[in-house]
Design a protein around this ligand. Structure first.
Ligand SMILES: C[S@@+](CC[C@H](N)C(=O)[O-])C[C@H]1O[C@@H](n2cnc3c(N)ncnc32)[C@H](O)[C@@H]1O
Length: 320
């Protein structure tokens, strides 16, 4: 079991203390400087352009599929994925090789997982890993599809325009809308459709994927996410937090935006503070249920050095 899994739930240090330390350290000052407007964010030669291609190359280079490990802690962090109704539908966005899909499929035998990635190679590997996993009956439960959700959003066969527009209205049209049988009515809503699409989703998981998008694409991407969720549905979020050790290790040359860095293979990583995450999700129409830093100390086995990891944990709901 990795150090991330064993220590995921503890809070080993206060994020505010780390912030003070980083902001006082002159050698780290370049991470805090304003970004010059001359950085060509949107031109095709920009380091942040063509993220899909960079991710496809990444997955081709890591074709053993072992680069991402199964996120065994996921169901402890997001127990809703276990306590949900029997025919719940989840969309895992940017599923990679299935590190997040696998524990969800294992955890609840009736749940269906739709999983997209911009890389077909990643999806092929996810399917192989899930086929090979013990104890998972995946027949009709795992539905991978290629999609760059930062370009055109999600396909209509997933959730059609009328379901996206109508779910809220139809919900309010139910005679007892807002009363105790909400869940039953919403399930009925999902199953009473004309099958042009699968219908609005119960959950979206966005686990270390949002940070891969250029910052200016995030608001639209989140609007697409909320449009395919059912009213009351949850978006479960985990991503890199501000002043995570991996951020502080980036050299100046790899800084491409405010709290945005490009890795050597060209993939992008953004490091979020809570205010930014709140603004992004509230701006897209979500209600914040949980939002906090997860601050974990771990030790690098090779050199014995201590590493301070920071992640952002969030749970967001589409309003009823
Ligand atoms: C850090 S991995 C996270 C994978 C997975 N969610 C997990 O829990 O391990 C980010 C994934 O997002 C995918 N990705 C990046 N940008 C994307 C986009 N615009 N649309 C769809 N997938 C994207 C990448 O190919 C990669 O597999």
């Amino acid at each position: 079991m990795s150090e991330e899994e064993t220590r995921y739930f503890s809070k080993d240090f206060e994020w505010e203390e780390l912030r003070e330390e980083v902001e006082k350290d002159l050698s780290l000052r370049y991470h805090l400087l304003p970004i010059e407007s001359s950085i060509p964010f949107s031109s095709s030669s920009s380091p942040v352009a063509n993220q899909s291609e960079a991710w496809k190359s990444f997955h081709n280079r890591h074709s053993t599929g072992r680069f991402f490990k199964e996120r065994r802690y996921l169901l402890k962090e997001f127990p809703e994925l276990l306590s949900c109704h029997e025919s719940s539908k989840v969309l895992e966005v940017g599923c990679g090789n299935g590190s997040t899909v696998l524990p969800i499929l294992r955890g609840k035998q009736s749940i269906a997982v739709y999983a997209c990635d911009c890389s077909k190679g990643a999806l092929d590997r996810a399917k192989e890993m899930i086929d090979a996993a013990d104890g998972i009956l995946i027949k009709d439960r795992f539905h991978p599809f290629v999609c760059d959700f930062s370009l055109n959003g999600f396909p209509k066969w997933l959730v059609c325009d009328s379901c996206r527009r109508g779910s809220l209205q139809k919900y309010h049209d139910f005679p007892s809308g807002g009363n105790k049988s909400n869940e039953m009515e919403l399930n009925e809503l999902s199953s009473n459709r004309d099958h042009c699409c699968i219908g609005v989703l119960d959950f979206i998981t966005l686990i270390f994927t949002l940070a891969s998008l250029p910052f200016q694409k995030m608001p639209t991407a989140l609007e697409d996410c909320i449009s395919v969720l059912k009213p009351g549905g949850l978006l479960l979020f985990r991503d890199y937090g501000l002043y995570d050790m991996t951020m502080l290790r980036f050299p100046l040359e790899q800084r491409v935006g405010f709290r945005e860095y490009t890795r050597s293979g060209g993939t992008l990583s953004c490091f979020f503070c809570l205010d930014t995450v709140r603004d992004l999700f509230v701006g897209a129409g979500f209600v914040v249920l949980e939002l906090e830093y997860c601050c974990i100390k771990s030790v690098n086995r090779r050199n014995g050095k201590q590493m301070r990891r920071v992640w952002v944990h969030g749970k967001f709901q589409k309003p009823l």
